[in-house]
Design a protein around this ligand. Structure first.
Ligand code: NIG
Ligand code: FE
Length: 419
């Protein structure tokens, strides 16, 4: 028998429904319910409407009533569509080195950077890796994240990449958040692989990707297209193979130099992520394609470099998702709302554009059609903030945290106000 839950009265509820996938959004366009009730049927949203009018309907279906006595705002759960939260070790040393003048690329060349995390991740057993993912995912959940994409990419050989993807799968069973795995074995060519990038990528397509598919470990493949990682011409045959095998693609593109976004467009990737170095040419290309541009302000903050040209992308008619890129190297902070708000302040994004970037536009970047908006039939994934107006949440730039978080129609986190 179905279980019904009726929640309210809610001072403001933003559905994020009916908004465009691409281009600018004004705050005046935000679909807002006031003094409303939210009726859930099992893990889905059944109805949203005037609280008083809905009370009778809720009683008839014998709903459990969740009474909200304080002024409160309800928003869809955040969707963080780009993270690397499966890793071991710390790169605090890299951070200090960068702030003393070394660049990310220089550190990588000397064997630090990604390779440092690869060594630590290989040393960790699967249980330790799984526990790390669980710990970080639960922190995202407390900040309002209900869906988190998680990449491999610190194993960089068949066995170690499988270990990472299995750890993500195990963690997914133990946390209420949905973890969406992506195979990023094409992060860099590992230093202990002597035959070079072309042979490394061939090994991935002949040995790793078939196993990933067979074991159902990931439906998505990512690649780091960059100087010092993979050149566009080197990565193309790999992406073609991955696509032919049925994997969906996302690309680390235009982080320090351009070239990656063109590849993302050519292969019909779901998203091109980073784009800090994109010029007007790349922005035009992206906005004329179906590829979603993904800004990663956490990496700009971690590296102390410029932000993705988010305003220009939207004004050109592109779609903009915003993700945390949570990783031990360039983006250790891992607080999506804070980062999205900071990007908004620097890039002059409306509140609506910031919220769209971490809800339904992020869902589209993961090809998930059942979340990112609060409407009938969608997953009941949402946060409750005890504040009278949604603009307070953005104004506080992430320091105003959710008081309660719901995932699949269940409360999975609540602030203990007695502590
Ligand atoms: O998205 N740019 C490449 N990959 C990650 C960083 C990984 C790392 O430095 O460990 C990123 O920023
Ligand atoms: Fe990344």
């Amino acid at each position: 028998m179905a279980a019904y839950t009726f929640i309210g009265p809610i001072t403001q509820l933003l559905t994020m429904s009916g908004l465009p996938l691409r281009g600018p959004i004004a705050d005046s366009e935000l679909p807002l319910f006031e003094n409303c009730g939210l009726l859930l049927r099992d893990k889905q949203i059944m109805a949203i409407g005037n609280y008083a009018n809905m009370e009778e309907e809720a009683r008839q279906v014998k709903a459990t009533f969740i009474l909200l006595e304080e002024p409160c705002v309800v928003l869809p759960g955040w969707i963080d569509a780009h993270t690397h939260i499966c890793y071991a070790g710390s790169r605090a040393k890299d951070y200090a080195l960068r702030n003393s003048g070394a660049t990310y690329q220089e550190i990588a060349k000397k064997g630090g950077g990604i390779w440092d995390t690869v060594q630590k991740t290989r040393e960790a057993d699967i249980t330790a890796l799984t526990n790390g993912v669980i710990r970080r995912a639960l922190r995202h959940l407390q900040n309002g994240g209900t869906t988190i994409e998680v990449k491999s990419g610190y194993g960089l050989n068949v066995e170690e990449e499988l270990k990472m993807l299995r750890a993500i799968k195990q963690a997914n069973r133990k946390v209420p958040v949905d973890l969406i795995p992506t195979c990023l074995a094409a992060h860099i060519t590992p230093r202990d692989f002597e035959s070079g990038p072309v042979e490394y990528l061939k090994l991935l397509t002949s040995e790793l990707l078939p196993l990933v598919k067979q074991e159902g470990l990931a439906k998505r493949v990512d690649a780091f297209v960059e100087e010092g990682a993979f050149e566009p011409s080197t990565i193309r045959p790999y992406l073609k193979k991955a696509k032919d095998m049925g994997f969906q693609l996302s690309i680390h593109a235009d982080q320090f130099s351009t070239g990656g976004s063109e590849v993302a467009v050519a292969f019909g990737a779901l998203s091109a992520d980073h784009l800090e170095a994109s010029t007007d040419k790349e922005i035009k290309l992206l906005s004329e394609s179906s590829v979603i541009s993904m800004a990663l302000p956490g990496a700009s903050i971690g590296l102390g470099c410029g932000f993705t040209p988010a305003r220009k992308i939207l004004d050109a008619g592109g779609s903009l998702a915003i993700a945390s890129d949570h990783n031990p190297g360039s983006a250790p902070m891992g607080d999506l709302l804070t980062q999205a708000c900071i990007l908004g302040a620097f890039e002059k994004l409306s509140n609506a554009e910031v919220l769209a970037g971490i809800t339904f536009r992020a869902a589209a970047a993961l090809d998930l059609q059942d979340r990112g908006k609060l409407q009938q039939g969608f997953l009941a994934d949402f946060s409750i903030f005890y504040t009278p107006h949604f603009s307070e949440i953005l104004y506080h730039q992430g320091s105003l945290k959710p008081d309660r978080v719901w995932k699949n129609g269940q409360e999975v986190f609540a602030v203990d106000n007695n502590k």
